[in-house]
Ligand binder design. Structure first.
Ligand code: G6P
Length: 467
């Protein structure tokens, strides 16, 4: 115990996935999603360890150092992946915490696997943490870990951060074994959320479900005080800025624009292919604008990057089919030889390629039905050193609370989506620049370093860090 790490991150995924290249060689690639893009820079500089899954079933790779991060893999069997990851995490908790955008599925054997795997993560963290270390547990896959870890290692300071929304009280109440999940989180000293309302929902539940007496931003539990507070997450602004200033990235951006047609205006969506992201509604709205003649294939083009995600889960497979059918329909009806209105990429893209796309964009479309934060919105803003480019942003993202100068939209309402897309396309350049400048100033003042520092300071001493 004594010689372990004084700082340990625990998350379902390691920041890199072990994959097999075309030549059969094993390689490390960056894992998908906002959690990893936010935390990787912090893990790199902290000198701590990261406990997580390697991204493939039945892989028993031992401890590794990759890209300056000490990785401590937790192996998952094919059955664990099926029940804990695809089942309880991504077919029960994920849809329920995202306002039932898809109906959650409840299975007893998934819950059992979730508990067993959470225990293994807690044991792995207990093993690598030094005496009195700080352990930072992340996200909805590991809700039980804080309490399990505390019973193994009462000497640790334990923080938990939820990257996705926390549901309203009446939705949380639908979860089987809901009190146990809540007790899991109460094992932490500090529970962080993206939005203040989420922290309030959590504290309210400790009263109604467990009979505790929350007060202000804290609640007493088993002789300790647990603090619950909002810490809106952000991005590595300097890194995006560096990429945006890179001549090779700028050259790529010019090439993209030329390929798409210099005289056409570019609308861009970049999301994991997930039903929470509002991709279908966005494409439907774009198709209607073409059908009504409000825009034409000669004037505009939509690029939708849809990163493959959770591809074995039925709801994700069905979404993919629906999106691809609709893209095919729109291109069939409104396209011409050598010129289609929708470019759909079911592919992962490197950070360089994404920034090149951001730079080429006239209107960024970030229209999730529900999203804890959405870091793509912040990346787009950070990339636009030219202070050009507009953004249509869903009111149902955490980012909307900070980026009020975007063209805010109700993503469930296709008419509203169309209105916002046209408003963003037609906005005078001065208006767009004023909006972008304000958004950039917000993002620059609140980068991911500051987020991590505020969380860790509050974990150290909740009263000192409050102001
Ligand atoms: C979201 C979640 C993360 C998750 C990521 C990618 O950002 O909050 O916890 O890692 O999606 O999803 P995946 O299932 O591929 O890890």
């Amino acid at each position: 115990m004594g010689d372990g790490y004084s700082f340990v991150v625990v998350a379902n995924r390691l920041p890199v996935d072990r994959t097999t290249g075309e030549d059969g060689e094993q390689q490390w690639t960056r894992s998908p999603g906002g959690l990893v893009s936010a935390l990787a820079p912090i893990a790199r500089t902290s000198g701590g360890a990261w406990v997580g899954w390697i991204g493939a079933p039945d892989d028993d790779t031992g401890p590794q150092e990759v890209d300056g991060i000490q990785l401590r893999p937790v192996p998952l069997s094919a059955q664990d992946v099926d029940r804990y990851y695809e089942g309880q995490s991504n077919s029960t908790i994920w849809p329920l915490f995202h306002d039932l955008v898809e109906p959650p599925v409840h299975r007893r054997e998934w819950r059992q696997a979730y508990e067993a795997v959470n225990r293994r993560f807690a044991e792995a963290a207990a093993e690598v943490a030094a005496d009195g270390a700080t352990v930072w547990v992340h996200d909805y896959q590991l809700l039980l870990v804080p309490a399990m870890l505390r019973s193994l290692r009462p000497d640790l300071r334990i923080g938990f951060f939820l990257h996705i929304p926390f549901p309203p009280v009446e939705l949380f109440m639908q979860l089987p074994r809901r009190a146990e999940l809540l007790r899991g989180l109460l094992g932490a000293d500090l529970v962080g959320f993206q939005r203040p309302l989420a922290a309030q929902n959590f504290l309210q539940l400790t009263g109604s479900l467990l009979g505790l007496q929350p007060h202000d931003d804290r609640v007493g539990y088993e002789g300790r005080t647990v603090v619950a507070r909002a810490f809106p997450i952000s991005i590595d602004v300097a890194e995006i800025d560096r990429l945006a200033a890179d001549p090779a990235v700028q050259w790529e951006s010019d090439r993209l624009r030329a390929d798409l047609g210099d005289n056409r205006r570019l609308l861009l969506g970049v999301d994991r292919l997930d039903y929470t992201k509002g991709i279908e509604q966005r494409i439907e709205a774009f198709g209607e604008l073409l059908a009504e003649g409000a825009v034409s294939n000669d004037e505009v083009v939509l690029v939708q990057v849809a990163t493959p995600s959770r591809i074995r889960v039925a709801q994700y497979q069905q979404l993919r089919e629906r999106v691809e059918r609709e893209v095919g329909r729109i291109n069939g009806e409104y396209g011409a030889v050598g010129r289609v209105p929708v470019h759909y990429l079911f592919q992962s893209r490197t950070p360089e390629e994404l920034v090149a796309l951001y730079l080429a964009t006239d209107v960024m479309l970030v229209t999730p039905l529900r999203d804890g934060m959405n870091l793509v919105a912040k990346e787009f803003v950070a990339a636009r050193r030219d202070e050009l480019g507009a953004m249509v942003l869903s009111e149902f993202t955490g980012a909307a609370a900070e980026l009020e100068d975007a063209f805010l939209v109700n993503p469930h309402d296709v008419e509203d989506l169309k209105r916002a897309m046209l408003a963003a396309l037609d906005a005078p350049p001065d208006d767009r620049t004023v909006r972008m400048r304000r958004m950039r100033s917000r993002v620059h003042g609140h980068d991911v370093d500051r987020w991590a520092r505020q969380f860790l300071d509050a974990l150290d001493d909740p009263d000192r860090a409050k102001d």
